[in-house]
Design a protein around this ligand. Sequence first.
Ligand SMILES: [Zn+2]
Length: 66
Amino acid sequence: MKDPNCPTCDQTRDRRHRLCPACWRSLPASTRGRLALRDRRAPLRQQQLRAQLRDHTPVQLIRVSR
Ligand SMILES: [Zn+2]
């Protein structure tokens, strides 16, 4: 099975992440830190990330809630 592609640059991405390593590093540090948290609001943050990717928000501007 083919690896999924990164939604912003079309490069192959890691299955565990929604973005390829380069785009993941382009996220604001605060966003990355929040997405790495594993608490009960983690699914909500994933949903916020997906929505912004779908709306073509530039990766550098993507924010998720605390
Ligand atoms: Zn990418």
